[in-house]
Design a binder for this molecule. Structure first.
Ligand code: DX5
Ligand code: ZN
Length: 220
């Protein structure tokens, strides 16, 4: 399996002190998960390019941009310019993602697909050879702080089996409700990238919370 990566979600950080909060967790984590929402694909609005570009000079972390937006292809140039490293796009928004993947790669971005809890894995399997990352949602997208949906576990198992049997170099990310209790279950089912908002930035000591999460995952 690919290496464990901890990706705190900025959505749960204090938006008045973003750079400071990112600096505190940086030595303890691997990626920074940036949830971009448009109020259309999901019923919430978060942040976009100005926040990403303002944070870019503040950290060396790999920017994992989760695009919960209806028309991601239209924003890829701006995201690349803002400093994104990876863009992940919902298959529910882009049912045929080949052109979007190609555009992202042309801009030097890594590319991934995301599936919602209600979407079957078979919606993305034809496109996994285009992907660096597959993201399995374990909550409905749009809001932090929701409970982990255990239905994600069989999907993780099937995704890991697919990736391994087809020899694809794809990271499998789990997003939503990840804690020291749910992360080891997701790891056992096949995830290697763990997004955690509330359980890291919502903790009194986010750096210690990130260490606790990694320890819980590595103990299994
Ligand atoms: C939900 C986002 C998640 C969210 C996770 O739409 O995709 O990344 O920030 O938050 P927690 O960890 O609080 O479930
Ligand atoms: Zn996310």
């Amino acid at each position: 399996m690919k290496p464990v990566r901890i990706a705190p979600s900025l959505l749960a950080a204090d938006f008045g002190r973003l750079a400071e909060q990112v600096a505190k967790v940086e030595p303890h984590v691997d990626w920074l998960h940036l949830d971009v929402m448009d109020g259309h694909f999901v019923p919430n609005i978060s942040f976009g390019m100005p926040v990403i570009s303002s944070l870019r000079p503040e950290t060396e972390l790999y920017f994992d941009c989760h695009l919960m937006i209806t028309n991601p292809a239209a924003y890829l140039d701006d995201l690349a310019e803002a400093g994104a490293n990876l863009v992940t796009v919902h298959i529910e928004a882009v049912p045929d993602p080949a052109a979007t993947a190609e555009k992202a790669r042309g801009l030097g971005l890594d590319f991934g697909l995301v599936i919602n809890p209600a979407t079957p894995l078979r919606a993305v399997t034809p496109f996994l050879d285009l992907c660096d990352v597959l993201v399995i949602m374990s909550v409905e997208p749009g809001f932090g702080g929701q409970a982990f949906m255990p239905e994600a576990l069989p999907k993780l198992i099937a995704a890991r089996e697919w990736v391994e049997s087809n020899d694809l170099p794809v990271d499998i990310q789990i997003d939503g409700g990840i804690t020291t209790e749910t992360a080891p279950r997701a790891r056992a089912a096949g995830a290697n990238v763990f997004v955690a908002g509330t359980s890291i930035f919502g903790a009194p000591d986010p750096a210690a919370a990130a260490d606790d999460l990694r320890r819980a995952i590595e103990e299994i």
